[in-house]
Design a protein around this ligand. Structure first.
Ligand SMILES: [Zn+2]
Length: 261
């Protein structure tokens, strides 16, 4: 059941021109009331950027921003429409670097809480049978985040989609690296070693853990920003691309160059 909307703001994202409906509920207005500035940011996820509107205690539009990092002491609420991309997670709250990002359709219900380094992640799950796997993946998420203390909001949300599509699969020893790449995906450029890839292609059919389709896809990625390379319509494809590119990195076929955003 969705929380009752107190107010709906219809705005256009200045970055991509997408029309966005921000559905403000009582919880959002309460968050504004308890914030030191009297404002709360509500974020809408747009893949490689995030559109944020700041609203006051009456739900009035007090200014918009596109994409930024989380400020210390701030709570950002994510438009619940973002949860439509998810399968296993029905709500979450991330506390990190003195700020918080949260996304709920209604008041938070039964939650799984995971701590790692100085961050905390609360997950509300659709199916509690997956709690054990979810907790392990969530720890991988937080360990990856610990390596990227300056992660921006769009990367935090992209990584949460990766987390959602990973729950229910076998936890991997490379989880932290996987999420580290996701948190840094806006500032990494993919470099493909064409010679190594050509050699690899000759025996890829004998490797059950990587699909030849992913190898074909990787061949065209030299010079791409990682976020642009992995973004897909659905989190499952995105996860397959991230895992594939990570496997190629371990074999020295792909490497990443860090650039300014
Ligand atoms: Zn946009």
């Amino acid at each position: 059941m969705a929380a009752r909307a107190v107010r709906v703001l219809k705005l256009m994202c200045p970055d991509c021109g997408r029309g966005v409906e921000f559905v403000l509920d009582a919880g959002t207005l309460t968050a504004a009331l308890s914030s030191p500035t009297g404002l709360v940011g509500v974020a809408d996820y747009h893949g490689d950027h995030v559109f944020i509107v700041y609203v006051d205690t009456e739900g009035r539009d007090r200014g918009t921003r596109v994409y930024r990092t989380l400020q210390k002491g701030e709570t950002l609420r994510v438009n619940p429409a973002y949860l439509n991309y998810m399968t296993h997670i029905s709500g979450f709250r991330l506390l990190t670097g003195g700020g918080a990002v949260e996304c709920y359709r209604r008041s938070p219900g039964t939650a799984l809480k995971v701590y790692e380094e100085s961050s905390e992640l609360e997950l509300e799950l659709v199916n509690l049978d997956l709690a054990k796997s979810a907790a392990e993946w969530a720890r991988g998420y937080l360990r990856g985040l610990a390596k990227v203390p300056t992660a921006d909001l769009s990367s935090i949300l992209l990584s949460a989609l990766l987390l959602d599509s990973s729950i229910g699969t076998q936890p991997s020893p490379f989880m932290a690296r996987l999420f580290e790449l996701a948190f840094k995906s806006r500032r990494l450029v993919v470099r493909v070693d064409a010679g190594a890839l050509a050699l690899f292609k000759e025996y890829v059919n004998r490797l059950p853990w990587i699909s030849p389709r992913i190898v074909e896809w990787a061949a065209g990625l030299d010079g791409w920003r990682l976020v642009d390379a992995v973004l897909a319509q659905d989190p499952i494809t995105m996860r397959e691309r991230f895992s594939g590119i990570l496997a190629l990195e371990r074999r020295g076929i792909v490497r990443f160059k860090e650039v300014a955003e």
